[in-house]
Design a protein around this ligand. Structure first.
Ligand code: NAD
Length: 399
């Protein structure tokens, strides 16, 4: 993932004619905090926070708990955050954090101790005007609430603006849970409208029906009931129905802890889902979902990068050459950080906005960023991912 991101960065910096120093700088983080967390019972974990760029505002980005977290992964994700916040025009920078841990192997007590010690290791480097972390894979509002509490104990800060993605009761924003999926829908439908295909009913499939994928589908069900969800997958199985699946029912099934292998109805594999004859393929699982090994099987005209880097560099080149449209991650999945930003604004002003107000602001950012992307691609005849990176770098380096 790091290599692919750097390849796009090289192309984008070259296109903008940025000098060698800037080219080097964009690949380097401003600061990297690497430390070890020791639990009272003797277990130890590697912990990271990479602060990539803060030229537009405080560092912003999630904290991931996963056994495969590495410093390189956190570096890449922090770079993508700087590009994302710039691409959608937020006054924020980019950062990312992670702990190399499988949280399912910890008790709740251990998880809380780990979380509080992560904040103890970092508290001097984060804060409402410095670096504002959020949840990511395997972290949630409860974990963030522990972080806020620990941060407050250590620093006395009571604004709760030091973290976003908090529970609603603890200063979180309405609309945050659905924001990433909703943002992806807004970007895709805006793109289709700009192309003149806004009225066309679409058949679509969602790879990775978790938080992001399921809210993408339930938002579509609400906004575009004429569209048909024909398949949805988790890491093991995809459910399929050519006549259409019920997004709300699938979301409820997953929220209750169900696995699609136990869902009533026809099943296909994830690879078969990628190759379906649909109009739109929504990639909301993990990185590298479409790569050399399966790019030639893709039939969908439109792909939406809801996960970070789900389409590899080579697959981008191949598919764009064949006129597929790929809405790039730094815009498609920016809805989460946009509503995180709105949460931070509400906390600082001591306000609580309605879900409608949050959704209206989200729509404004998503539409504006998608219009910029559309215009740049139309004027410059370049791939959409490259265009997204160029637009973000222009804002980062004021070009
Ligand atoms: P999640 O854990 O809720 O959901 C991920 C889903 O993908 C799960 O259903 C899982 O079973 C499935 N999955 C995992 N591996 C798969 C595979 N190989 N094939 C098919 N399905 C697979 O996570 P999420 O919060 O929905 O995030 C999904 C992706 O979106 C991640 O890459 C994350 O970094 C990115 N993202 C999330 C947000 C957010 O607000 N949650 C914001 C921006 C980007």
């Amino acid at each position: 993932m790091l290599d692919d991101t750097h390849r796009f960065l090289d192309l984008a910096t070259e296109r903008l004619g940025l000098d060698a120093d800037v080219r080097k700088q964009v690949k380097q983080a401003n600061a990297e905090h690497v430390f070890q967390i020791d639990l009272d019972n003797g277990k130890s974990f590697n912990a990271y926070r990479v602060q990539h760029n803060n030229s537009r505002g405080p560092y912003k980005g999630g904290i991931r708990y996963h056994q495969n977290v590495t410093l390189d992964e956190v570096r890449t994700l922090s770079t993508l955050m700087s590009l994302k916040t710039a691409a959608v025009g937020l006054p924020l920078g980019g950062g990312k954090g992670g702990i190399e841990v499988n949280p399912r192997e910890l008790s709740t007590k251990e998880l809380e101790e780990l979380t509080r010690k992560y904040v103890r290791g970092l508290h001097q480097h984060i804060g409402p005007d410095q670096d504002v972390p959020a949840p990511d894979v395997n972290t949630n509002g409860t974990i963030i609430d522990w972080m806020v509490d620990e941060y407050e104990k250590l620093t006395g800060d009571t604004t709760r603006a030091s973290f976003t993605g908090k529970t609603i009761a603890n200063g979180g924003s309405l609309g945050r849970d659905a924001a990433t999926g909703r943002g992806g829908v807004l970007s895709l439908t805006e793109w289709l409208t700009l192309e003149g295909n806004g009225e066309k009913p679409m058949r679509y499939a969602v790879q990775g029906f978790g938080n992001v994928g399921s809210f993408f589908a339930t938002t579509i069900a609400d906004m575009r009931p004429d569209w048909t969800l024909v398949a949805a997958s988790d890491s093991q199985t995809a459910v399929y129905d050519a006549k259409g699946l019920d997004a709300d029912k699938l979301q409820k099934f997953k929220e209750d802890g169900g696995r699609f292998k136990d869902f009533d109805g026809e099943k296909i594999t994830n690879e078969e889902l990628i190759a379906l004859d649909v109009d739109v393929l929504v990639l909301a699982g993990l990185e590298d979902a479409v790569s050399d090994s399966n790019m030639k099987t893709v039939q969908a005209k439109y792909l939406v990068e809801m996960a970070n880097s789900p389409v590899t560099f080579n697959a981008h080149e191949y598919l764009e050459d064949k006129n597929h449209v790929i809405i790039p991650d730094i815009i498609a999945n920016a809805g989460g950080v946009i509503v995180s930003y709105l949460e931070w604004v509400q906390n600082r002003a001591d306000e609580k906005w309605s879900k409608d107000k949050v959704n209206q602001r989200l729509a404004k950012y998503m539409k504006s960023a998608t219009n910029d992307l559309y215009d740049y691609v139309a004027e410059n005849h370049v791939g959409m991912k490259l265009a997204g990176f160029v637009l973000a770098l222009k804002k980062l380096y004021d070009k």
